[in-house]
Each structure stands twice: as structure tokens, then as C-alpha cells.
Design a protein around this ligand. Structure first.
Ligand code: 5CA
Length: 444
């Protein structure tokens, strides 16, 4: 992409309406544009990043055997009346009437709809477990949408649902998602800690929120800080090893404020290990047994001829919120330097030539390198504007492309000034750079 032809509307200064750094940066580099309160358009840079996050989330869902579907954003109120949540959900639900005066709604979550899909086709225990997920827009009419896409009204979520024949198997499914979440967030280079959590309007009694630490987070957390040293998330999709994995995390006190109990905390956690801080909830998993299957009559035939309601869980990841969460975790707003993880960076490398009006040699050289990268399938952005080099560098520090090539007056011959953002430059040949980037691509 040539920057002169790109749609990356960069602002000179931080917009005053943004209170936290992710919101500031996203508006500053034109990743999003607000369309109305809590509702945003995603512009090319932000959209590319979100799509790459979505891809990683999807791959990790597929790895545990979850099957992807796509449910609509607009749902009928009928199934919500069946579950009893049509009234319970309250003001957060956006209710709509169609031309026949039928009550519809913009889905805030999909437990009812997926249960309806399940019950229409699955009749026997032999077809279980079923793990279904989709990645789709949700709408919640939040009282106080704020912090840009972090707490907005329309947001992009991965939501998965599990259906099992009994509690034991259902907890096995729950644990598969527990593992899958640890892996997903690790691939996004985030340290997301599972914390025992409240279940709110989704229901049930077993639940974990996955939280990354951030001063600007909205979740208050109480932990034994040794949980942050755990790094062995295992990989085997087997009942016992997944149980052990969850136990390994659960041995350390770690809860959100709804679950906080001062006495327990002080009894279980030595003073030097106590950490009370704030974080951002990037995922939330729930086990709620037959709450929805009973209400919607979703049962299967059991081996002996009896029937029983299936046992269900649901598992959410805030895909759009993750874009902001990753910025909160990685953006140095004092130095104004962002560095996206390579796997989700909007471009893999930036070519930044020093362009002088009367001398186009740097631009020609940059264009040749650009073509070479393109031929090797490396996603490249080239700054072909005639801004001065220091403002170009400043701009790319904000955009956060992890690697850069700077082509200045002194770049003669084969060696190029290659730089990982925030680090010292090295002189490398183009073939060496291509090799390095291809290796990184394979690793991710
Ligand atoms: N049905 C369950 C699991 S699929 C559910 O809806 N869970 S949730 O309410 O916890 O939402 C899942 C994730 O969506 C949250 O962990 C959070 O990362 C994201 N999320 C929730 N509300 C918002 C919001 N208003 N703005 C941005 N992201 C949100």
C-alpha cells in the first residue's frame, strides 16, 4: 500500500474527547470513526487488525473441535419469551418492531437462538458433545458507553456454546474452552488471567473472566500474584489433564469484585502476595447446566431410553475490545510508540524513504524493495509522501508496524537500514530481511 493512496486519516494531536490511551490512539491514527454514541465504523487500519485477531480466535476455536456457524444479528422475541429473558434483560436490549408489528431484537448474546438451532436437529446423546460458535456483531444499549470500542454499544464478539449429555462431560467442554482461551490470549501476546467471576444475566454458577491488567480497566480484581508466573497451559485435550490445568490456576486466589470476600482473601493469600488492581475483561466463560435447555425443551435420548435436558455452557471473547486491550497493554503513550504483535500488525513492514522534491532516487529504491516484498507475499506499506523524515518516523511510531526500512541519503549499495520498532537499526541485505519476515510469518 502506498500511503498517499491509503485511507489512514491521521490527526496531529490526541483528540480531547478520548480519556484512555487506546481510544486516543485509535482515533489519532484513524482506526475507527464514531458514527453515534457507542457505535463505530472501522476504517482500514483498525479493520485489518481486528480481522487478524478474529483469525487467531477462530483457529484456536477450531483446534478444540468447535464448529463455526453464523447466526443473524436480529432475533425474534419468541425464544427470549420462552427462556424468560425477554423481560429480565431490561433496558440493555435493543427492541425493534418489524412491519408486521412483530417484536424483534438486536441480539446482545445468543444462548436462546443457538439452543433453538440445537433442539431442531440433535435428538440423541450419540451426537454429543456439540461445540458451536460464531463471530458476530452484538448490541447492548449500555447505560454509559465509554472508552471508545472498549465499552461500546455495538461490538464484535466470538461466542461459543457447548451441549453435553451430563455435568461431567459439560465441565470437560468448559475446560476445553478454558485451555483454548489461555492459548488464544498468549498468541496475542497478552497475559490474560482467569478469575472466578459472577455470571450476571447469563446465569449459572461456574464462571471465569479472563482479565489483562490495566489501570484503565473497568474490572476490579483481587489476586494472589503468583498466578502471573503460571505459563504452562498444557495442550492435551483430555479430561484429566484439562482438570489439572484448571486446578493449577484455581489454587491461587483470583477473583473479580463481585466474588471478593475479604476474610477469604486474607486467609488464603499471604500479605506479600496480595495484589488488588484493575483489569480489562477480554473473555468470559460460563457453565449453566440446563438453564436454557430446560426452558426451551432441548433434550436428547439417553442410552437407557430416557430423555434428559442437555447441559450447556457459553464462552465469549470480545474480539473488537481486544484491539483496544492490546493497545492498553503495549502502547507507550509518553514516547508515543506503539508496537503491534507481528501476527496482527496491519502491515508487516514499513518502507520509509527520505524524499526530496528534486531527487527521486530514494523513492525509486523504496519502490523496488516494495515490489520485491510484494512478490514474497509480505504485506508492506510505503511512505511515498514528501513529508520530512522526522514526521514520517513519528507517524510510523504511532501506527505501530513492527518493522521498518529507512532509506536515507546514505543508503547506498546492498545494505538497508532495517529496524524493529523501538530498537536500534541494523544493516541487512534485502534477502536477509525477506527471510526473517517469512520465518516470523511461519511462526505465527
Ligand atoms: N453469552 C456470554 C458468553 S458468549 C456473554 O455474552 N458473555 S459476556 O457478556 O461476558 O460478553 C463476552 C465478552 O464480550 C466480554 O468478555 C467482553 O470482552 C465483550 N464485551 C461485553 N460487553 C461489551 C461492550 N459493551 N463493549 C465491548 N465489548 C464487550
Amino acid at each position: 500500500m502506498f500511503i498517499s493512496k491509503s485511507f489512514i486519516p491521521i490527526l496531529k494531536n490526541n483528540p480531547s474527547e478520548a480519556k484512555i490511551k487506546s481510544h486516543q490512539l485509535m482515533l489519532r491514527v484513524g482506526m475507527i470513526k464514531q458514527s453515534s454514541a457507542g457505535i463505530y465504523s472501522w476504517l482500514p487500519l483498525g479493520f485489518k487488525i481486528m480481522k487478524k485477531i478474529e483469525k487467531i480466535v477462530r483457529e484456536e476455536q477450531n483446534k478444540i473441535g468447535a464448529q463455526e456457524i453464523l447466526m443473524p444479528t436480529i432475533q425474534s422475541s419468541e425464544i427470549w419469551k420462552e427462556s424468560g429473558r425477554y423481560d429480565d434483560y431490561g433496558e440493555e436490549m435493543l427492541r425493534i418492531k418489524d412491519r408486521q408489528d412483530r417484536e424483534m431484537l438486536y441480539g446482545p448474546t445468543n444462548e436462546e437462538l443457538v439452543t433453538d438451532i440445537f433442539r431442531s436437529s440433535i435428538k440423541s446423546y450419540k451426537s454429543l458433545p456439540q461445540l458451536l460458535y460464531h463471530i458476530q456483531w452484538k448490541f447492548r444499549d449500555e447505560v454509559r458507553p465509554r472508552f471508545g470500542i472498549m465499552r461500546c454499544r455495538e461490538f464484535y464478539m466470538k461466542d461459543a456454546y457447548s451441549f453435553d449429555v451430563n455435568d461431567d462431560d459439560a465441565v470437560f467442554s468448559y475446560n476445553k474452552f478454558f485451555l483454548s482461551y489461555l492459548k488464544t490470549f498468549k498468541r496475542l501476546e497478552l497475559t490474560a488471567i482467569p478469575m472466578a467471576a459472577d455470571t450476571g444475566p447469563i446465569g449459572g454458577n461456574l464462571s471465569h473472566e479472563f482479565i489483562i491488567l490495566a489501570d484503565t480497566g473497568e474490572s476490579k480484581i483481587f489476586t494472589d500474584k503468583r498466578i502471573f508466573d503460571l505459563n504452562n497451559e498444557g495442550s492435551v485435550l483430555e479430561k484429566k489433564s484439562l482438570e489439572d490445568l484448571r486446578k493449577k490456576y484455581e489454587q491461587f486466589y483470583s477473583v473479580t469484585d463481585e466474588k471478593f470476600n475479604k476474610e477469604e482473601f486474607e486467609k488464603e493469600v499471604k500479605e506479600e502476595n496480595r495484589l488488588i488492581t484493575k483489569g480489562i475483561e477480554v473473555g468470559h466463560i460460563f457453565y449453566f447446566g440446563d438453564k436454557y435447555s430446560k426452558a426451551l425443551n432441548a433434550s436428547v435420548d439417553l442410552p437407557g431410553g430416557k430423555k434428559d435436558f442437555v447441559k450447556m455452557g457459553s464462552y465469549g471473547i470480545g474480539v473488537s475490545r481486544l484491539v483496544g486491550a492490546i493497545i492498553e497493554a503495549r502502547y507507550d503513550d509518553q514516547e508515543e510508540i506503539m508496537k503491534w504483535p507481528f501476527s496482527i500488525a496491519p502491515y508487516e513492514i514499513a518502507i520509509i524513504p527520505m524524499i526530496n522534491k528534486n531527487d527521486t532516487t530514494a523513492l525509486e529504491k523504496a519502490s523496488n524493495i516494495y515490489e520485491h516484498f510484494k512478490a514474497n507475499n509480505i504485506d508492506t506499506i510505503i511512505d511515498d509522501t514528501d513529508e520530512n523524515i522526522s514526521s514520517k518516523i513519528k507517524k510510523f511510531n504511532l501506527i505501530g508496524i513492527p518493522y521498518q526500512i529507512i532509506i536515507g541519503k546514505n543508503s547506498d549499495g546492498d545494505l538497508l537500514e532495517f529496524k524493529e520498532i523501538g530498537k536500534d537499526p541494523k544493516n541487512l541485505k534485502i534477502e536477509e530481511i525477506v527471510k526473517l519476515l517469512i520465518k516470523l510469518k511461519e511462526k505465527n
